[in-house]
Design a protein around this ligand. Sequence first.
Ligand SMILES: Cc1ncc(COP(=O)(O)O)c(C=O)c1O
Length: 484
Amino acid sequence: MKNKHNSKKSVRENSRNITENPYITPVYAGRWDTQPIEKNVLPQDSMPSNVAYQIVSDEMNLEGNPALNLATFVTTWMEPEADELIKLGATKNLVDEDEYPQLKAIEDRIIKMEANLFNVPDDCVPTGVTTIGSSEAIMLALLAHKWTWRNKQKAAGKDTSQPNIIFGADVHTCWEKFSRYFDVEMRVIPLQKNNYTIDIDEILPLVDENTIAMGVVVGTTFTGQVDDIKAINELLLQHKEKTGQNIPIHVDAASGGFVLPFFKPEFEWDFRLEQVRTINVSNHKYGLVYAGMGSVIFKDESDLPPELPFEINYLGGSMYNYSLNFSKGSSNLLAQYYMFLRLGKAGYQDIIKAVMTNAQYLEKELAASGFFEILTDSNYLPVVVVKLIDDSAFDVYQISDELRKYGWIVPAYSLPPNAEETVVLRMVVKENFSRDLADKLLSEVFTVIEQLKNNQTSKRENKKAVGQIEQTGQVKQKIIHGTC
Ligand SMILES: Cc1ncc(COP(=O)(O)O)c(C=O)c1O
């Protein structure tokens, strides 16, 4: 089917032809403040704190409802105790290690807990840092691979000007960002019409002595599927034995890193595999903290070249910093520490099990409706991705648009090359998505489909009627008048 919505305009673009009102029109704050407040100019005068608060919170009423947002993987609810710690953490800059040594100690504990969760072998000394999200974590890991490769090439007196990295088209944009921003050729394995993860037969033809790393994903952004990491590890081990080329694997576990250890602990995707040297995870996804935190874990200190972290002394004392930005709050760090202590392994297991059960239920019911083909495997990630079995009358973009009227945010999109013909709906199931919400969503999906089907039928019938009318000149004229 032709992807007629590929050029779909965003809400922002659509509203461009509406003349923007230059003044804020507060809702409840209007009770206190009657002066017009300019939107784009710093106000000349101050205002009382309650008025400013009300204006800002009024604006938030214009947003979607996070509880009905199935587009995002990111946590949308935390306990009140976590909210208190978030306030506490907001007052402390995480990089001020000398002033706040306990924050650094907590960060180190979190990294160690995660390394342990990802089964780091006993003879390794893992290290890592917390980041703003998985994008920063991935870039830090891949930079380390670039440096390691360069050091190796230099030591062997070889060219260092043309590094490359291999990954599938199933990766998140941040992988392409890394390649472009840090000047590393990307060798992308395209998807196929019916296979949305890496085809391992495509890997070795792309490998050479300039390959800095192989990227794989557990929980792809597009379908929530998992690359066959075990087979890829095996392939690279054999390649190492044959050629001496040692290609490290970076695992993007943004979504799967806090799901698989609890739901499928026996599934080997992590540091148990020899070639896996670095892993990133999004704490703000199934780590169950709000947006703004990821982690990168190096299997062993030797995987992070010592030239990369900066030694800094101007904050008092001496500290090492490895990050792309510098200052950041400590809110999420404290929130994550709280969650680890609060839930423990058993708590995460219970939550993830409930989330997976709801995802599997949603998947089963959508499949049973006869309208959808399921593209995901909710045995691994609580993500449900479907395509229409018959999209001749209406498409997933229309379903997504109609669901929006009920408050649901369910994105529709086309898959990456060479599977772009496949257009899908994605539902990310999170802790706040209860069985009741699943039933409500299902009922509204089916209502929307009935409406779209009826619209199509009435459009077809209208067309037929117009055809009949047009055969009689008299009525044709009526129609012409009617349209004026
Ligand atoms: C698989 C994967 N990797 C990386 C990212 C980027 O993560 P972040 O938004 O935390 O930078 C995402 C985002 O959803 C993702 O799904």
